[in-house]
Design a protein around this ligand. Structure first.
Ligand code: NFS
Ligand code: SF4
Length: 655
């Protein structure tokens, strides 16, 4: 114990995070003697063999550990070499990440089916226009059909995303033809996600697939079944049921907690829980109960991904990203923490207990010792959400812990669905991606980057995200964001139109003309599918090549931590995007597997992986790639001309 405190003392909280609110709470946690994941990350040295993905525990002849310094010097007991071991480990990360997104998507589809069948009445189809456009995008004839008829047909089609045994999943119809042709040639077009994930698990069992290239074919197919399958269904169905986001001004950061109100945090990934608790907190009898308990009202706040969805759809305030979930409990102001699935640290239960915050699990898939389980059922959702509100009110009434809420709130604009980008740039009468493409072709916008993903206590929270994005926009690259990354930039104040002053002259001019921020928040991690759809639209629009791989775009997950991020990275790579990860990468350099991931994929017409810890290095890699694509498209000269013109104009104006 002595030793631990010494290590902690040596590490200033300012070295752990650039989020002032989180830093303030980490200081308090230390004073209170409460441990968080930041402390555990300091005390738990990452296993170097595991970090290199040089170990295998797929059978009881092992576990076997190879040597990353001499990767071909040794093989496992069964004879598996370093390439097989890395490829199998990577495959299983993709399978797990893809399973998380597709199981979430399937829950949304279950809900949709029951709404369509009339068995669930607490939810309804809020966005019939979106229903129609999704149906049309996969070839369903909508002319003269009722909403109910279209919905039934759409359900039957989308179910194939999961359970289809043979044939291509429905959203393959959205993939630009040239990209689809490449995928068919490589044999990576998914059948149904269940089948792909099952086959992936089979092939990574001891003694099955022992060729890294063959494994790569299947993990690519599995990842595509996530991005263009499970995740895309999750986004589209959520929009149909709860509404398609459009830009909205929202408050972010821990200052959204209110000392004089009953504070409820929902942290997780599935929007249905959140949608229902939003109804519960507006229930007049519960509002009255809160007032009777002495509260000024009930304050509902989101964290992580379902928080990012509610922020985009309804303007619900967002309190912080993944590495702030323990810290916020340290305020003592949280009267209930409700969680569903994914990215819920087990450590939350302990911290919640320290501050007398009741924690509730709600999904049968996720239970935590020390948390109270209140099952959430889509057929009677309010039974669960009302109960959480009632217990929060009780906790408010009996608050015993001193309260300290960081007085920090950042206001920003979020909710840029691909539909809205279409409308925003193309005008209200006839939305289109023409202006975006034109501005890329004429060089005002150099390219587009998706910066997404987690925060991770192995690096300074939010810092890599923020520095990377600043560097990109400074170089005229429009940034699209989702998940915890989006919240990092919101806290840094970059999701406002005024942030355009930080952009390069070309991007700045476009942002100022349209009145948009240089950083567009698109929602949760499953909403990365919005980025794919936007990219497909850019190809369809014309002038930027005929496949996704020809676009001047790049992606990054600078502070990633989850297997979901790996699946996302792989489906971006499969979709032709150069994708750079930070923190660490589960791979050994100077191996065949490494060469395939970081070089050869691109030669097959896909994207490729990149890795850098330093945000400026990461930005440079992405910019170089974007310039390479511009050159291949023959639009590199246009940019020089445009920027020269602009500089000319400015100097003339000044004179
Ligand atoms: Ni994405 Fe959302 Fe955040 Fe990472 Fe976790 S909340 S699904 S996995 S940590 S971005
Ligand atoms: Fe070792 Fe092979 Fe078993 Fe893996 S599958 S643990 S490498 S013997």
């Amino acid at each position: 114990m002595e030793k631990k405190t010494e290590i902690e003392k040596k590490v200033n909280v300012r070295d752990l995070t650039i989020c002032d609110a989180t830093a303030q709470m980490l200081e308090k946690a230390r004073r209170d003697g409460v441990e968080t994941a930041f402390d555990r990350a300091i005390n738990m040295k990452a296993c170097p063999i595991g970090a290199d993905s040089a170990c295998c525990k797929h059978c009881a002849m092992g576990p076997c550990r190879l040597n990353a310094k001499d990767p071909y010097g040794k093989v496992g007991v069964c004879g598996a070499d370093i390439d097989t071991i890395q490829a199998r480990n990577f495959s299983r990360m993709v399978a797990s990440g893809a399973a998380a997104h597709t199981d979430h998507g399937m829950s949304m589809l279950d809900l949709f089916r029951e709404v369509v069948n009339g068995h669930i009445t607490d939810y309804s189809i809020k966005d019939p226009l979106k229903l129609e456009s999704v149906a049309q995008s996969i070839g369903i004839e909508t002319e003269g059909k009722s909403v109910a008829e279209i919905a039934k047909e759409l359900y039957t089609e989308l179910e194939k995303t999961y359970i289809q045994i043979e044939g291509e999943i429905p959203f393959m119809k959205r993939v630009p033809p040239k990209t689809l042709e490449t995928w068919r040639k490589l044999g990576v077009v998914p059948r149904g996600a269940m089948r792909e994930i099952m086959e992936m698990m089979h092939r990574t069992h001891m003694g099955v697939d022992q060729h890294y290239e063959n494994l790569a074919q299947q993990f690519t197919r599995t990842a595509i079944s996530d991005g263009w399958g499970g995740s895309m269904v999750a986004t589209e169905i959520s929009d149909i049921l709860f509404g398609t986001p459009s830009p909205i001004c929202v408050e972010v950061n821990m200052g959204v907690l209110k000392e004089n109100q009953v504070n409820i945090i929902i942290h997780g990934h599935e929007p249905n829980l959140f949608e229902s608790i939003l109804e519960s907190v507006n229930e007049p009898s519960l509002v009255q109960a809160a007032k009777d308990a002495g509260a000024a009202g009930i304050n509902l706040v989101g964290m992580c991904c379902s928080g990012a969805e509610m922020l985009s759809r309804h303007g619900i305030p967002h309190a912080g990203n993944f590495m702030s979930t323990e810290a916020i409990l340290v305020t003592g102001a949280v009267d209930a923490l409700g969680v569903d699935v994914q990215c819920i640290k087990q450590g939350l239960a302990k911290v919640a207990e320290c501050y007398g915050t009741p924690m509730f699990t709600t999904n049968s898939r996720c239970r935590i010792e020390g948390a109270v389980h209140i099952p959430f059922d889509d057929h009677h959702p309010k039974e669960c959400t009302d109960e959480i509100v009632i217990r929060a009110i009780t906790r408010f009434k009996h608050r015993t812990h001193p309260i300290e809420i960081p007085n920090i709130v950042n206001v920003g604009v979020h909710g840029f669905s691909h539909e809205y980008i279409n409308y925003m740039l193309g005008g209200s009468f006839r939305g289109s991606y023409t202006p975006l493409n034109e501005n890329i072709i004429n060089g005002r916008i150099r390219g587009v980057a998706g910066v997404v993903g987690c925060t991770n206590p192995r690096v300074k929270q939010d810092w890599v995200h923020v520095e990377l994005v600043k560097e990109l926009i400074k170089n005229d690259i429009l940034v699209l964001q989702t998940g915890c990354s989006q919240i990092a930039l919101a806290k840094a104040g970059l999701t406002v139109p005024e942030a355009a002053i930080l952009a390069g002259p070309g991007l700045r001019e476009v942002c100022e003309t349209v009145g948009m921020p240089p950083v567009l928040g698109m929602g949760s991690c499953v909403d990365n599918s919005r980025i794919l759809v936007a990219a497909a639209e850019m190809v369809r629009e014309g002038g930027l090549g005929d496949s996704l791989a020809s676009l001047p775009v790049a992606g990054a997950a600078p502070e990633w931590m989850s297997e979901k991020a790996i699946s996302i990275g792989q489906y971006f790579v499969a979709s032709g995007v150069y994708t750079v990860f930070g923190v660490t990468f589960p791979i050994v350099e100077h191996t065949k597997f490494y060469k395939m991931m970081f070089e050869d994929f691109e030669k097959q017409g896909l994207g490729k992986w990149g890795f850098a810890v330093d945000p400026y290095e990461m930005a440079r890699m992405m910019i170089d790639h974007i310039d390479k694509k511009r050159k291949a498209l023959g639009i590199d000269k246009a940019r020089e001309r445009t920027l020269f013109d602009m500089a000319d104009r400015r100097s003339m104006e000044a004179a």
